[in-house]
Design a protein around this ligand. Sequence first.
Ligand code: GSH
Length: 223
Amino acid sequence: MLLLQFSTSHYCRKARLALGYKGISYQVENLTPGLHTLKLKPLTGLTTVPVLLPQIEGQPQAIADSTEIFKYLEHNYPDPPLFFVDPHLQTQAALLEDWLDESIGTATRFVYYQFRSGDGKQIDPSLSSLLVIRVVCWQYQINTAAVELAKTRLKTAFEVLEVWKERLYLVGDRISIADIAAAALLSPLALIPEYRQSYPWIFDRTTEIHNICGELLPPGLGD
Ligand SMILES: N[C@@H](CCC(=O)N[C@@H](CS)C(=O)NCC(=O)O)C(=O)O
């Protein structure tokens, strides 16, 4: 099995956490941003990573989108489960996962790249890193007004995720796609002191989930 990814992408981290949780062995191929479309477009019709190539006869050649990767993994590798049999719990988990994916993961990207192009410049002051940050800010139209909206969405996310203060799991009594999505999609904020100080339980639980899944901790955690 091969995972096409950008090494720093939080959506790719989400796919790796699920693969790790299920104990699946896989390899990664790190694509070069910009050139990635040449490889991905013919394979999936889309331009985003992660893309999973099962490399198994009779199975799809390529699965694009982290949510679709979750579904593929659950169908083909049901044990240990990340979905629930109980339809009520599964709906809750799927709703949380979709909201984290479509709204919060994007908000994280906006706030993170604005930080990296300002106060967080020194994290990697190399020319290549600063260039990538500039391109990302341009590509996603990351500007002050959009970042303010993203911060408001993140505030709501931290309120919703207060559940982690009381309980180990966002839904039900075991880890699910909701926990994996939250641990991955908020992880870039670990580098931003304001978030680390205000929401320590988010980053404690993120660390635990990475350990459970056998995934290396994101920058800012564990160093
Ligand atoms: N909803 C998608 C989002 C994936 C996504 O936004 N990936 C970004 C990297 S973090 C990407 O590939 N961007 C490059 C592009 O859009 O061409 C998923 O869950 O897989």
